[in-house]
Design a protein around this ligand. Sequence first.
Ligand code: SAH
Length: 349
Amino acid sequence: MLPEELAEEFAAWGEPRYRVPQVLDWVFQKRAGSYADMTSLSKSLRARLTETHPLHTMKIAQVQGSRDTTQKFLFRLHDGRYVESVLIPANRSALGDMSDRRTICVSSQVGCAYDCKFCASGLAGFTRNLRADEIVEQILQVEAHSGQRIDNVVFMGMGEPLANFTNLARAIRILQAEWGAGIGARHITVSTSGLAPQIKKLADFPLPVRLAISFHGATDEVREHIMPVNRKYPLDVLMDALDYFRRKKKQKITLEYILIAGVNDRAEDAVALVRRARSIEAKVNLIPYNTVEGLPWERPTEPAQDAFLAVLERGGVPATIRREKGHDIDAACGQLRLKQEQAEAAAAS
Ligand code: SAH
């Protein structure tokens, strides 16, 4: 809840207004584990809150990786569904730059409806949107577990964040608020498969966020082949929305481009990407494809990756290659959850 909503609720309960900052302080600064811990509140208020506004409704079901590498968290939600978050330590920023930030990659939905052909998240289809608290909770719990403050949030986990716009916007407000998680302005990146109207909506939204696009194909032919969303919003429509966003927000956009052998890694693909990136002055982040069990796609060889990068550089496009750090821990989107659900299904049958 936002403070103004909590204030309304408390007013209706006859609670004094100063209870609102007290509760927020317990949740976000003191990081209380339950209402019972909030000893400055009256017993009756604690009981009422426990009943009406369940706190910390999700549990860490599994952690993979170690403290100084990429760590992956599997969360079990109140309804038994699973989502994943990934903690990326300093110097391994998900955006490829050598930053000293601790980054968390969070999920926005259970499953995904967009059916990108290379992605594990969509394999089991779409289940539901995450609520704003389930998005925020991923950050709070990973911070508590790792004992580290997170200073960068990327919406590059499971789901399509812009298809869950209302909860996304609410979560971002809570994450950026001083009374909330206190993530700095511009340290939140939303990644989208390319929902053009929502990109414009985000541009008009008074929140400082960065934008990354899962581009993956610089012609309609290639992009459509691996991303069905391109049929709904073809590249010209998408580029128009991106141009609107960067002008409105006065910001560089990142085009993420997974390199898949024989699919989008030819020299002509790189040339087409140069043209698209230059048209909106975007930077490009190349990501060698992470293989997914059961899917046929493969990453190109390193020399092939380097050749692709060289075309971008010659074309004057700022570009980096993200050499995946989490390959060994199922860090490609949705893979951990898929395994968990398969294991549970096997146990039940
Ligand atoms: N739906 C949003 C948010 C998910 S971001 C979006 O599409 O941007 C997750 C990123 O990981 C996307 O760029 C996605 O294309 C990429 N991805 C998915 N599967 C992958 C894989 N197997 N290897 C590498 N990147 C992958």
